[in-house]
Design a protein around this ligand. Structure first.
Ligand code: AMP
Ligand code: ZN
Length: 500
């Protein structure tokens, strides 16, 4: 079995960095709260999902087998006015709620592919797990930690706080009295015993359109319930890592923990990881406040906040340049710097991979330069092992980069670096850039479009030849086949042209 390095993770629960010890050695169960699919994802959402993608990739890289579960919220996430976000989105667009969910789930997946994130192992939907959620409500009721009122079921927070002192508030770090005072009511305030209680099952009102039968009423589950039900189903009652953005600490994660305790008296996850927010104009990027940039706006240069277009990988690199627990302000200057940094590190890698490796057996000897370079490789991994600090890892790789440039232009004598060190550097750079950071060499895709141009020229030459032979059957067949794959061929005065 692979021996994993010592990895420290900042655990929101303890407020400290802790040595990562999974429940089963070598295996990690990780649950990340996914998007609410009622509109397009914004860049802030993408930052959180790209951060967990980097964490997932690093865990895989250091040899863990990971079951990564990331849900799709397609019911129960209410707006401040108490309306279901999905149902509201459906009404606005005059669509079925499931059409809304489908449209934005596809859009979310497309965006995740553009950012080159790996798909999770399981992507459960809230609406696909209503029986599991009903069962959970029943368990909490059976354990005396919830009560029914007019067809809705509420979690009894004060009772839970008395039974399990110190648990409610442990994620958000807030004092229970403050939480009680702050809790704003969405619906049926008067039905609850206490303002801090929250609905785990809601009786439908006439205007609600996403509803299911339950022992208590025709209604729908509370938003927090889905994550308790689905994480338990796919990862067990207690698993390793639970993640999400900082803004989910309260009430979402606080209530999730309460529900799991309420159902089975167990704590759902051992390590709680929270990513920090992407800011725009110094404020959290947010759909509801209209303070957003969509990724497409950034890629096409149509955002009012930026002067030009930025490629997906430049944006991904921009996100990696900050530690996931730091806030990150999106500005034109910062994006330009990230773009420059991204192009530079990719160029360094191209130079590195082209460096010749002199055939010399590894004799165990190390030069001073070898030791300096290997020290930087250790720094890069130490950075990652210190709570996934990509900023430190990038800084170390850039320092290695200056050795690579000096080796390329012979400012350093190639004999000063042992061949096995060059080999190691080649492997380490490829591993960091492509496996861990999840970057793609966009200039390579540029080469791909050159290949397409060449192939198109070849096809059009063959078609031209057929036409010259008056073999119209073949030339039409080629044109029709191209039309089928979305390519239009035009025979004009200036010759044959094609477009997509
Ligand atoms: P939502 O679709 O609103 O449930 O959000 C999906 C994920 O994106 C959650 O983990 C949020 O915490 C996260 N998120 C929302 N806004 C931001 C932001 N401005 N920066 C980083 N993450 C965010
Ligand atoms: Zn969740």
């Amino acid at each position: 079995m692979t021996v994993q390095p010592s990895l420290k993770i900042y655990n929101t629960l303890s407020g400290k960095k802790e040595e990562f010890k999974p429940i089963t050695p070598g295996y990690v169960g990780m649950y990340v709260c996914g998007p609410t699919v009622y509109s397009d994802v914004h860049l802030g959402n993408c930052r959180t999902f790209c951060s967990f993608d980097m964490i997932y990739r690093y865990l895989l890289h250091i040899g863990f087998k990971v079951r990564y579960v990331r849900n799709i919220t397609d019911v129960g996430h209410l707006t401040d006015d108490g309306e279901d976000r999905m149902a509201k989105g459906a009404k606005v667009a005059q669509l079925e709620p499931m059409e809304v969910a489908q449209r934005y789930t596809v859009g979310f997946h497309d965006m995740m592919r553009i950012f080159n994130t790996l798909p999770p192992s399981i992507e459960p939907r809230a609406t696909g797990h209503i029986p599991e959620q009903i069962e959970l409500v029943q368990q909490i009721l059976d354990n005396g930690l919830a009560y029914e009122r007019n067809g809705s079921v509420y979690f009894d927070v004060p009772k839970f706080a008395t039974r399990q002192p110190g648990v409610y508030g442990s994620i958000s770090g807030r004092i229970l009295d403050d939480l009680y005072a702050e809790t704003r009511e969405l619906k049926s305030q008067e039905e609850k015993n206490h303002p801090a209680d929250f609905a785990i099952w809601m009786k439908a009102r006439p205007q609600d359109i996403m509803v299911w039968n339950s022992p208590w009423s025709v209604g729908f589950p509370g938003w927090h319930l889905e994550c308790s039900a689905m994480s338990t189903k796919y990862l067990g009652k207690t698993f390793d890592i639970h993640g999400g953005g900082n803004d989910l600490k309260f009430p979402h994660h606080e209530n999730e923990v309460a529900q799991n305790h309420g159902a089975c008296s167990c704590h759902p996850a051992n390590y709680w990881l929270h990513t920090n927010m992407l800011l725009l104009n110094g404020k959290k990027m947010s759909k509801s406040d209209g303070n957003t940039i969509t990724p497409t706006e950034l890629f096409t240069g149509t955002s009012d906040h930026t002067s030009k277009a930025y490629s997906p990988m430049a944006v991904r690199f921009f996100m990696l340049m900050a530690h996931y627990r730091s806030t990150l302000d999106i500005t034109d200057e910062a994006l330009m710097a990230a773009e420059k940094g991204f192009l530079k590190i990719m160029e360094t890698n191209r130079l590195l991979q082209a460096l010749p490796v002199n055939a010399r057996d590894f004799d165990g000897s190390e030069t001073d330069t070898d030791r300096a370079i290997l020290g930087l490789v250790d720094d890069a991994f130490d950075g990652m092992n210190d709570d996934f600090n990509t900023a430190i890892a990038i800084a170390s790789l850039n320092e290695i980069g200056s050795y690579v440039h000096k080796l390329t232009n012979k400012q350093i004598d190639p004999a000063d670096v042992s061949p096995w060190v060059i080999e190691r550097l080649k492997t380490v750079f490829n591993a960091f850039l492509f496996d861990i950071f999840g970057l793609q060499d966009e200039s390579a895709s540029g080469a791909d479009s050159g290949t397409v141009d060449g192939l198109m020229q070849l096809i059009l030459d063959i078609r031209g030849h057929a036409r010259a032979q008056k073999d119209f059957a073949t030339s039409d067949k080629i044109r029709d086949a191209l039309t089928e794959v979305g390519i239009t061929v035009k025979d004009g005065k200036e010759g044959v042209t094609w477009s997509k």
